[in-house]
Design a protein around this ligand. Sequence first.
Ligand code: FE2
Ligand code: FE2
Length: 191
Amino acid sequence: MDQTSSAGKPFLSDVKTLRARARQHISEGAVTPAYKGDVKQTIAVLQTVLATEIVCVLRYTAHAIAATGISSEAVKKEFAEHAREEQEHMNAVAERINQLGGKPDFNPEGLATRSASQYGEGENLVDMIKENLIAERIAVEHYRELVRYFGDDDITTRVMLEGILGVEEEHANDMHDLLVAHQGRPMLPSD
Ligand SMILES: [Fe+2]
Ligand SMILES: [Fe+2]
């Protein structure tokens, strides 16, 4: 697949690293059977989710503002709507961390390295849509894994993540449709 933006800059070339980073905490050990004593592990996983959502808020907000021109109006609206929804996710995850006795990590320092998604600016409208599509696909993949990971051991966290997952799937779908509309063809699955 073409991973190069129109300006010739590498386009999200490090998806593998992002995926590895997303899995880091869950690979450190199962949440069961010691879950009751290991809320720390859940909080660590949720801090990654929080960072991912913050990066998504920033990226969509930047894109909503950068997308200009008559043909971009619909895209701009979609980006802005996604930014709002990512902010809802951000708040829900932060609330959950707080409920578990943790302190939601909003520190901008190190944010990009805590996140499983990337802050890609995109050189043009199609690049922006692609950046978002890839970020959404990583989020969907990551959250599916987390839903399985929490299973019946932390139902509240799992149900929250299932809700977020459903919205991320819609986001990925929206970005896919926009890409087809603006580029005329879908992007091949990334690997
Ligand atoms: Fe989100
Ligand atoms: Fe999303």
